[in-house]
Design a protein around this ligand. Structure first.
Ligand code: SF4
Ligand SMILES: [Zn+2]
Ligand SMILES: [Zn+2]
Length: 325
C-alpha cells in the first residue's frame, strides 16, 4: 500500500476514508483533522488554557502532543489512582506520563496522588464501600471526575480535554441506545458547555478518530505509552460492545463513524433536546464544589470528608510537578 500524497510506503490505510498515508503525511493529516474538529465543534481557542487528563495511555498522550504541536496552551493532569493490586498499572502509567512531560518543557504536569491526598488508593476505598465485592470503577469514575473538575477550577483552566476516541464514544452510544437512555444520549457530545463557574467545559477532540488511528499517531511520533489497559477494565461491558462493533466494522467499513456522526446530526437537530435536564446545582457544604443534592457532594460522602471531627480539606494534599525541564 502506497501513500496517496507521495507514493512512499503507507503506515495506515483508512478504509472508511479510502485513504492510505505514509508516516509523515499521516502525522500531518492527523494534526490537521484534530484542529478541524476543535474549530468545527467550537471546543476552545488559543487564548484559553486547556487541562488535558492524561493517563499514560496512547490517546491522552497523543492528545497532549497534538495540542502542543498546534500551539494550544495545554497542561496535563495525572491522577494517581494507586491501582497496583493486580499489576503495577498506576506506577507504570505515571512513569510514562512523567517521561512525556519531561520532553515537553513548555507544559506543566499536575499530579494528584489519591492515596497521598485522601488516605487510600482506589482499590482500597472500593473494597471498603462494596464490602469486598464490587469492582472499583464507580468509585474510580466519581473520584476522577471530581479531581479533574476541582483542579481545573482551582488552577483556572476553562477547558478540560479527554482523549476519548471514536471507539470509546460509539461503545457508550451503543449501550445508551440499546437501553434508550435518553438523558445520557442528550449529554453525549464532543463538547459539554460549562454550567457553573466551578465546572470547566468538557471537550473530546479525538472523538472522530478510530482507536487504531490514535495508536498509529502515537507510534509514528515515537510516544512511549503504557500498552496495558487498567486491569479492572478486562471483561467490562464497554469492551464487550467494542468487540461487537469491531465485527460490524469488519463487515461494513465506516459503520462506527457513520453511527456516531448520524447520532450527532440527530442530536444537533434537537432529537434529544427535551431530555437535556439542567440540574439545579448547590455548593457542597464541605468542599464547595457544585453538587446536585443539597449538603455534601457524592465525593465527600464517599470519602467521608466532613464527617464529625473531620475538617474536610485538612487531610488533602496536592502534589504538583512544576515545569519539567
Ligand atoms: S477500568 Fe480502571 S481506570 Fe477505568 S474506571 Fe475502572 S478502575 Fe478506574
Ligand atoms: Zn506520504
Ligand atoms: Zn464535596
Amino acid at each position: 500500500m502506497r501513500c496517496r500524497k507521495c507514493n512512499e510506503t503507507a503506515v495506515i490505510n483508512m478504509r472508511q476514508h479510502k485513504l492510505a498515508l505514509c508516516g509523515e503525511h499521516y502525522v500531518e493529516w492527523f494534526v490537521a483533522q484534530t484542529d478541524r474538529a476543535i474549530e468545527k465543534y467550537k471546543m476552545f481557542s488559543r487564548d484559553e488554557r486547556v487541562l488535558v487528563a492524561v493517563s499514560g495511555g496512547k490517546d491522552s498522550l497523543a492528545l497532549w502532543d497534538v495540542l502542543l504541536t498546534l500551539g494550544y496552551q495545554a497542561d496535563g493532569l495525572y491522577i494517581g489512582l494507586g491501582i497496583n493490586d493486580k499489576a503495577p498499572y498506576s506506577d507504570q502509567s505515571l512513569e510514562k506520563t512523567r517521561a512525556f512531560a519531561a520532553q515537553h518543557a513548555q507544559a506543566t504536569l499536575h499530579i494528584v496522588d489519591i492515596a497521598d491526598t485522601y488516605g487510600k488508593t482506589i482499590p482500597q476505598i472500593a473494597m471498603e464501600k462494596t464490602r469486598g465485592h464490587g469492582k472499583p470503577c464507580s468509585a474510580c469514575g466519581l473520584t476522577k471526575r471530581y479531581v479533574m473538575n476541582r483542579l481545573a477550577a482551582e488552577k483556572d483552566y476553562a477547558v478540560l480535554a479527554t482523549g476519548h476516541n471514536l471507539d470509546d464514544e460509539v461503545a457508550v452510544l451503543m449501550q445508551n441506545t440499546l437501553r434508550w437512555q435518553t438523558g445520557y444520549l442528550a449529554r453525549q457530545a464532543p463538547v459539554l458547555p460549562s454550567t457553573n463557574p466551578h465546572l470547566a467545559k468538557k471537550v473530546k477532540p479525538f472523538c472522530r478518530f478510530y482507536e487504531r488511528e490514535t495508536a498509529t499517531y502515537a507510534l509514528v511520533r515515537g510516544i512511549d505509552y503504557i500498552y496495558e489497559e487498567c486491569p479492572h477494565a478486562v471483561g467490562n461491558l464497554t469492551n464487550f460492545y467494542k468487540t461487537l462493533l469491531n465485527q460490524l466494522e469488519g463487515q461494513s467499513p465506516g459503520a462506527k463513524l457513520s453511527f456516531y456522526l448520524e447520532f450527532l446530526r440527530a442530536r444537533g437537530e434537537g432529537a434529544f433536546e427535551q431530555f437535556n435536564r439542567v440540574d439545579q446545582l448547590h455548593e457542597c457544604e464541605v468542599c464547595g464544589q457544585p453538587t446536585t443534592s443539597p449538603g455534601r457532594c457524592a465525593f465527600c460522602r464517599m470519602w467521608e470528608i466532613g464527617q464529625e471531627g473531620e475538617s474536610g480539606r485538612a487531610g488533602e494534599r496536592e502534589t504538583v510537578v512544576g515545569r519539567l525541564q
